[in-house]
Design a binder for this molecule. Structure first.
Ligand SMILES: Nc1ncnc2[nH]cnc12
Ligand SMILES: [Zn+2]
Length: 339
């Protein structure tokens, strides 16, 4: 079995993927047609041509444009279902997905419409493909903290269907401390939390995200590597990092995949996982991220086993289910090593 086939065959979790970042060009055209929304592009090739980003903000501008195509329950359902079908083909056994609710609510789309569409597709995936899912509500950090708190309270009736809350959007100029009250309230209500940190922001943002927001996971976290003392602390605490290599490449967070910190993060003892972030925009789903990193960073079976193991233990998943996937992972890895 080749290393790429091994990557395909191991059970793994994806923990950092924005649903609106999974709108493939073909679906974009279909949604525009279905909803009578005009697009500046006529073909899939033209859409792909537009995906040249200079930084995070240049990408977010397009990401928010794409959000406007999502209007009906079916739109949210079809997008979510398409992602889970693709995840299942990649050998993903559990996927937690971010939803940028505020982008849809502020356009006047009803909360019921959005959540029914997404949650029904997550249920379909569990029933049809035995892939478990989790919905993470992604708060946008350029908006006021009070809006996030109001949304948190409004979501109370769905509390049993929400796996956790995250924080994304433009990092520079929106430091973690801006959301201290929001994350304290999440904690009071018993929610799991994650936050993007150290993607474009400095190591200090990663430290504050852990110390002030007290999140369960860090999304990205690359900049932590600029602070050796922080790395030692985060390695000891075993806090998971959801790293997104192809995203980092496309948004110029790294100059090349060869210079990506993923391998150094693993070797420093950080609890690193690999994820696709916005796969339709960045040219790769989870396996493509893993394969590209294996190539560029010369990862071997031990690294890849560790990454899959980390993804399963970092997931917001019941222990019995996690342990069953871990046993399967060890069995597949042992058989690969034996051949
Ligand atoms: N890579 C990213 N960083 C911050 N916010 C995002 N929203 C969608 N993708 C994102
Ligand atoms: Zn992200």
């Amino acid at each position: 079995m080749s290393l790429n086939a091994f990557i395909q065959s191991i059970p793994k979790a994806e923990l950092h993927m924005h649903l609106e970042g999974a709108i493939e060009p073909a679906l974009m055209l279909e949604l525009a047609d279905r909803n009578g929304v005009s697009l500046p592009w006529q073909s899939e090739a033209q859409i792909k041509e537009a995906y040249r980003f200079t930084d995070l903000q240049s990408f977010l501008d397009l990401f928010y444009q794409g959000c406007k195509l999502l209007i009906t329950r079916e739109d949210f359902h079809d997008l979510t279902r398409a992602y889970y079908q693709r995840a299942h083909r990649d050998g993903i056994v559990h996927a937690e997905v971010f939803l940028s609710l505020q982008s849809h609510l502020t356009r006047g789309i009803a909360l019921d419409t959005i959540l029914d569409g997404v949650l029904s597709a997550i249920d379909d995936a569990a029933r049809t493909d035995q892939i478990s899912g989790g919905l993470l509500i992604g708060i946008q950090r350029h908006r006021p903290e009070d809006d996030a708190i109001a949304l948190l309270e409004r979501l109370h009736p769905w509390r049993d269907r929400i796996a956790g809350f995250g924080l994304g959007g433009a990092e520079r100029g929106n430091p973690p401390a801006k959301f201290a009250r929001f994350f304290a309230r999440c904690k009071e209500l018993g929610y799991r939390t994650t936050a993007h940190a150290g993607e474009e922001g400095p190591a200090e943002y990663v430290r504050d995200t852990v110390h002030i927001l007290k999140v369960h996971r860090i999304d990205h976290g690359n900049a932590a590597m600029n602070d050796p003392e922080l790395v030692r602390e985060l390695a000891a605490s075993k806090i998971p990092f959801t790293v997104c290599p192809l995203s980092n490449l496309k948004l110029n967070v790294v100059a090349s995949l060869e210079s990506h910190p993923l391998r150094a993060m693993l070797e420093a003892g950080l609890h690193v996982t690999v994820n696709s972030d916005d796969p339709a925009f960045f040219g790769g789903y989870l396996n493509e991220n893993l394969i590209a990193c294996a190539d560029a960073l010369e990862l071997d079976v031990n690294h890849l086993h560790r990454l899959a193991h980390n993804s399963l233990t970092a997931a917001f998943m019941p222990a019995a289910q996690r342990d069953s996937h871990l046993r399967q992972l060890d069995a597949v890895t042992a058989s690969y090593r034996a051949n």
